[in-house]
Design a protein around this ligand. Structure first.
Ligand code: GDP
Ligand code: MG
Length: 191
C-alpha cells in the first residue's frame, strides 16, 4: 500500500459515543458533484461500487485519534431542497467540512459563499471548519491550484486539505483533522 494512500477504516473501531458520551456533529457542505457523498461513504466504511444519488445520509462512527476515542456523527444532508433544512444544517454542526472540487472553479467560489453564510449564522462562535479541495487526482482538469485553496483558507480562518475520494488520498487525514480541531476549540473554551 502506498504510504500516502490511507483508508479511514483503519481507525474506525465501532459506533457509539466516546468515553464522555459526547458525539460531535460534523456537517458536510458544498456544491453538487464535488464529492461530499464519496467522502462520507469512505468515512462511514461503506463499500465503493454502488454509487447512489441519495441524500440525507448520516454516518455514526467512533475513531481513535491521538490515542483517544472520538465519536463523530457525519451529516451528508446539505443537498436538500428545503430551505428550512439548509438553515438547520448551518445551526446544528459542531464542526463543518466545506468541500469544493479542484476541477470546478464555480464550486470553489461557492465554498467561499458557504463560509460567509456560516459565519453569519454562527456569528460569535468559533466553529472548526476545514476547507477541502477534492478530486486532486484529476490533474489535467484542475481549475483551482493548491495555493488558491490554501490562501482562501487563510482568509477564512480555517484549515485546508486536498483530498481524492477516488484514491482515498488524505481522507483519513481529513477526518482526523476535524477531530483535532474540535478538541482544540473545546480545550480553548475550557480555559
Ligand atoms: P456530491 O454531490 O458532493 O455528494 O458528490 P459525489 O460524492 O456524489 O461525487 C460526484 C461525482 O464525482 C461522482 O461521480 C464521484 O465518483 C466523483 N468523485 C468524487 N470524488 C472524486 C475524486 O476524488 N476524484 C474523482 N476523479 N472523482 C470523484
Ligand atoms: Mg451527495
Amino acid at each position: 500500500r502506498d504510504g500516502c494512500v490511507s483508508d479511514s477504516s483503519d481507525s474506525v473501531i465501532s459506533s457509539g459515543s466516546d468515553a464522555e458520551g459526547h458525539v460531535h456533529k460534523v456537517v458536510l457542505l458544498g456544491e453538487h458533484g464535488v464529492g461530499k457523498s464519496s467522502l462520507a461513504r469512505i468515512f462511514g466504511g461503506v463499500e465503493d461500487g454502488h454509487e447512489s444519488e441519495e441524500t440525507g445520509n448520516t454516518y455514526d462512527r467512533s475513531v481513535i485519534v491521538d490515542e483517544e476515542e472520538a465519536s463523530i456523527l457525519l451529516y451528508d444532508i446539505w443537498e436538500q431542497d428545503s430551505q428550512w433544512l439548509k438553515e438547520q444544517c448551518m445551526r446544528m454542526g459542531d464542526a463543518y467540512i466545506i468541500v469544493y472540487s479542484v476541477t470546478d472553479k464555480a464550486s470553489f467560489e461557492k465554498a467561499s459563499e458557504l463560509r460567509i453564510q456560516l459565519r453569519r449564522a454562527r456569528q460569535s462562535e468559533n466553529i472548526p471548519i476545514i476547507l477541502v479541495g477534492n478530486k486532486s487526482d484529476l490533474v489535467r482538469s484542475r481549475e483551482v491550484s493548491v495555493e488558491e485553496g490554501r490562501a482562501c483558507a487563510v482568509v477564512f480562518d480555517c484549515k485546508f486539505i486536498e483530498t481524492s475520494a477516488s484514491l482515498h488520498h488524505n481522507v483519513q487525514d481529513l477526518f482526523e483533522g476535524i477531530v483535532r480541531q474540535i478538541r482544540l476549540r473545546k480545550d480553548s473554551k475550557e480555559q
